[in-house]
Design a protein around this ligand. Sequence first.
Ligand code: THU
Length: 157
Amino acid sequence: MTNKEIKIAFKEYESLDQLEACDRTLAEAAIEATGQSYAPYSNFNVGAAVLFEDGVIIKGANQENAAYPSGLCAERTALFYASSSRPDKAMTGIAIAAGQNGKLCADPATPCGACRQVMAQYQTKGGVPMKVILVGSEKIWVFDKVDDLLPLIFDSI
Ligand code: THU
């Protein structure tokens, strides 16, 4: 038997001003996308912004439905729209922000497992690392690639 350990690394920033310009633009797009959320049940407004290799940004927000499982998270709304709009372009980053009552949450909202899996597959499809930026009003976390949020990614088939 061998004990194994997986370590993940990420960077924490205190404000948007500290980010590289292109990361800041993506983070601001995610914040803006929170305003496009349709969340009458949870009142939890999540926005996501996907960056392509050529600089194009596509935004999405969570969409809820009275038949609860029919709704979709912001990340997958953005990723599916991004991939179906521009199937031949690689995605190089995604930023995620969440707010309640018009106010950005202080801590970054971390993506659910299903969204991490979907991000992972688009990263594999694109063949380049997809940076993940989780935006809170008091903390911003930056992960260089999806693997850092989802170690031992399932991509076996
Ligand atoms: N939500 C997201 O949009 N992304 C996540 O990663 C987790 C949760 C949404 C789903 C639902 O509309 C609301 O947040 C509350 O769970």
